[in-house]
Design a protein. Sequence first.
Length: 378
Amino acid sequence: MPETGGLYVHLPFCPYICPYCDFAKWPHRQSLAERYLAALEAEIAAAPPFTAQTIFLGGGTPNTYAPEQIAALVARLRERFGLADGAEITIELNPDLALCEGFDLYRAAGITRASLGVQSFVPSELETLGRRHSPSDVAEAMRRARSAGFDNVSLDLIFAVPGQTAESWSASLEAALALEPEHISTYGLTIEAGTPYAAWSEREPHAFADEDAEAELYGIAIDRLNAAGFEHYEISNFARPGFRSIHNALYWANAAYLGLGVGAASYLGGVRSMHARELNVYVTAALAGGPIPGEAERLEGPARVGEAAMLALRTVEGVELTSFGERYGIDFLSYYEPVLREMLGLELLEVTLQRVRLTRRGRFLANTVCGAFLSSDR
């Protein structure tokens, strides 16, 4: 039987490159983008048996491709991987209006969810982030999405941007809420090696928020979005009731997923793998019909259990003890007793007879808590 889970497709081209981004991405060139689509088609044809519960088109900036090309790609994916009608299909979009012409075609192709990379509603912060859209562009992109029938729209925001204050972050949150999205993701800025921001951080470390300032901004987001009726269902994600990201929930449940495209990750048959991030390497290998270079690791024993615990703890439900024990063959409370004792003492976890999950304080230190389960010496 083919595995069932989430299907991720990476579309790596961007109209411009943001200075903080470390994703596999390249400036858009028409000829190369066309060749990449041919490589994707070859990989789709050669992919292992897999049934998609969801599809996520990420990037990069997927809407650098013409809407007709996106529609044709989605039709091919639905046919090849057996996606049910009405299932969640997400497309990430840059809200630059020159790229937001295709909402009607997206909906006709069966795409059900749009995720707009807003990052900020403050013009000076957009400039700092290297973004070229304006707040009014976001409002117009949202209007176009609604007009086309999208009733599930997510907005991405970044906090701890250089120069950002509690007041400017609050203003972005209010502007986002005024557009009435169904979902909001808030990501703390991370400094990725090799990016222009990494060089800037080396030159001017004090230009970037420290841990206390970042925690303050995160707390503002939690309180404001909760007050607005959003459920804080995962560390970085907030949704109105009924609008959680189904695709991302599959990752956090440690379900199977298949990644297509340069740098894409998969988790199939207990093996976690990632394609090479070199564009020419990927395209050449895919077009040749052979295996795509990359890395692979079989997760077994403590590594498999630790990763599952880490992923589950990111969610509001946390680790559900009975189902986790049945799936992984352990008694979670005894298996992780030393880690749990330490985290309980620090008030980072709450433990009941049914589940283990992060406290509010634990959400602010989630990387530390989750890392403790990954690195536990079993």
